[in-house]
Design a protein around this ligand. Structure first.
Ligand code: FPP
Length: 252
């Protein structure tokens, strides 16, 4: 991991306080299609460029010492896209997971998946499980990447509710014991702190079913930059903006 001074300048020359960074950043990687269209390229080229940006930003977060990064790679609604586009995204995931498998131990990170993996092509599903298992064994991993894959926030909550209800029926849980903390343990994000900062590039101002439970007290950062053009400098600007926010969590 890179050695950092306590202060660093963002792209706009703002000072970043490296002792007050978010513990968990979540990103909706949006704008790949528009990026490609602007260049007269097929949408699939936008996803390929977006995947490269994912790698760059993932390493930048790790180098800053941010413990958790969550990315929205494929939603439960994305199956509605043309078959060729869906299969390109699946192929990219396959390629980048193979690379991650190789580098996890060396680079000290692990990967988890949020979402219903049962609908994925079998080979990709097996690779996801292998990636999770290998990551769990990485000694001293201080950095976790969560990839949301066939993920929808409402679907996540429904799956959690079903599992909880089954435990009620089996007599392992009691209705009166259900708290937010207990319910959180049934979500895909179990064990992961809620995101502090949610970033959406590409100019869209919505959450699109991304982490609705976990985002209750998150700060949001929106930018018109399209995801393939999103750079470490843009992330630093988002972080500087985050550091100017006053978070009250419902208090005064
Ligand atoms: C949204 O942009 C992007 C996606 C639905 C796919 C994101 C996938 C990747 C970046 C590649 C694989 C990921 C990893 C983690 C290696 P859009 O297509 O909706 O863009 P548009 O709104 O401009 O059409």
């Amino acid at each position: 991991m890179a050695f950092w001074h306590k202060k660093q300048k963002s792209a706009e020359g703002e000072s970043l306080d490296l002792t007050r960074l978010p513990g968990h950043i979540a990103i909706i990687m949006d704008g790949n299609g528009r990026w490609a269209k602007k260049r007269g390229l097929p949408r699939t080229a936008g996803h390929a460029a977006g995947a490269e940006t994912f790698r760059t930003i993932a390493y930048h977060c790790r180098d800053l010492g941010i413990p958790y990064l969550t990315v929205y790679a494929f939603s439960t609604e994305n199956w509605k896209r043309p078959v060729e586009e869906v299969s390109t995204i699946m192929d990219l995931l396959h390629k980048y997971l193979l690379e991650a498998l190789e580098k996890m131990e060396r680079d000290g990170f692990c990967i988890k998946f949020f979402g219903d993996l049962s609908a994925l092509p079998l080979e990709l599903r097996d690779l996801c499980l292998e990636t999770e298992q290998t990551g769990a064994a990485v000694s001293g991993a201080k950095y976790q990447i969560n990839v949301c894959l066939n993920y929808g926030g409402r679907d996540e909550i429904l799956r959690a509710a079903r599992t909880w209800a089954q435990e009620i029926l089996a007599g392992h849980q009691k209705i009166e014991d259900l708290t937010e903390e207990v319910f959180s343990r049934y979500l895909d994000s179990r064990g992961v702190p809620d995101p502090d900062l949610i970033i959406r590039p590409s100019g869209e101002l919505r959450l699109s079913n991304f982490l609705p439970w976990q985002s209750a007290y998150a700060e949001f950062y929106f930018t018109d930059v399209l995801w393939p053009d999103f750079s470490p400098a843009v992330l630093d600007t988002a972080l500087a903006d985050f550091q100017r926010r006053q978070r009250r969590f419902g208090g005064v």
